[in-house]
Design a protein around this ligand. Structure first.
Ligand code: HPA
Ligand code: ZN
Length: 326
């Protein structure tokens, strides 16, 4: 099977990464001190020790609390710069970054501060590291639809910065159908649409994301296996799933990685990609996910190359850029 270095060297696209989920404890404490924000932990070690999650919600509680240290445009740029340097070392050549504007505007941070900070660092990475990419604005599904609607309107002042919209945060009880109108408005602006579905929620949420939101990719989607007709549809229509093995393990969606459905999905003909979700919290970046898969499920060189190639094909990069990356 392929070496760690071989897995890092494979050119890949990162399609499921929350930029706020790349906030490492060291940077969190540095920004907390710089901005005079109190963290509910005394030290880097104490914060890192809290990364022991029972489910999605227990992670989200810590994720939203810690990101309060992000205040200025430069904070968002620094966070993104740190991530893109690590991503480059892990073989990422194209990165589509999720961000959660409502989690920042609720704290009084203007959406322009968020978008300009992350976007500026992406521009630098394109120039200095040869990484292409863009931003996908995620609506928080556990917040009111009216808030999502206002967020989209505010973000459209930076329309040229956005690749698309997505849907994240607490899943169960917040079906995609709630967000049908705001997704329709985003698509009318020419934005791509993706959605988290079938992480903790049922396969029916994946169907809703496809039918009602026009989702072009499904983030996670592992619960699709409960519905054979849906699996057939995903395969037939080449709807990619952005799967995150270490995240699924840490959030107890699939506590035993050796039983993870990654290969089963691929063998059923679904376009499956390997991604990192919130790498600072879940124990690894994208190549670390490939390595964990190799060490638990097994991963041949041919399989690793296929997953990496699928990530490029499933990206929103231009055809010319995809040809360059393959
Ligand atoms: N699921 C839902 N919302 C999220 C996640 C996730 O894995 N990461 C950050 N926000
Ligand atoms: Zn996610």
């Amino acid at each position: 099977s392929p070496s760690d270095d071989a897995l890092r060297a494979l050119p890949k696209a990162e399609l499921h990464l929350h930029i706020e989920g790349t906030l490492e404890p060291e940077l969190a404490f540095e920004l907390a001190a710089r901005n005079g924000v109190a963290l509910p932990f005394a030290s880097v070690d104490e914060l890192a020790a809290a990364y022991d999650f029972a489910d999605l919600q227990s992670f989200l509680d810590l994720y939203y609390a810690t990101m309060a240290v992000l205040q200025t445009e430069d904070d968002f740029a620094e966070l993104t710069r740190h991530y893109l340097r690590r991503a480059s070392e892990q073989g990422v050549r194209h990165a589509e970054l999720f961000f959660d504007p409502q989690a920042h505007t609720a704290r009084g941070v203007p959406i322009e501060t968020v978008i300009d900070g992350i976007g500026g660092a992406l521009d630098e990475a394109e120039r200095d590291l040869g990484i292409s990419g863009g931003l996908i604005l995620c609506f928080l599904r556990d917040q009111p639809v009216a808030s999502a609607d206002r967020t989209l309107s505010a973000a459209l002042t930076r329309r040229e910065r956005l690749l698309g919209v997505g849907l994240d945060s607490a899943e169960v009880g917040y079906p995609p159908s709630l967000f049908q109108d705001v997704f329709a408005r985003a698509r009318a602006e020419g934005l791509h649409a993706v959605a988290h579905a079938g992480e903790e929620g049922p396969a029916g949420y994946v169907v809703e994301a496809l039918d009602l939101l026009g989702a072009e990719r499904i983030d996670h989607g592992i619960r699709s296996l409960d519905d054979p007709a849906l699996i057939e549809r995903l395969a037939r229509d080449r709807i990619p799933l952005t799967v995150c093995p270490l995240s699924n393990q840490r959030l107890q969606a699939t506590p035993d990685l050796a039983l993870h459905p990654l290969h089963s999905l691929a063998e059923a003909g679904v376009a499956v990609t390997i991604n990192s979700d919130d790498p600072a919290y879940f124990g690894g970046y994208i190549a670390d996910n490939f390595i964990a898969v190799r060490d638990t499920l097994g991963l041949t060189s041919a399989q690793a190359e296929a997953y990496a190639r699928t990530s490029i094909d499933a990206s929103f990069a231009s055809d010319a850029r995809k040809a360059e990356l393959r």
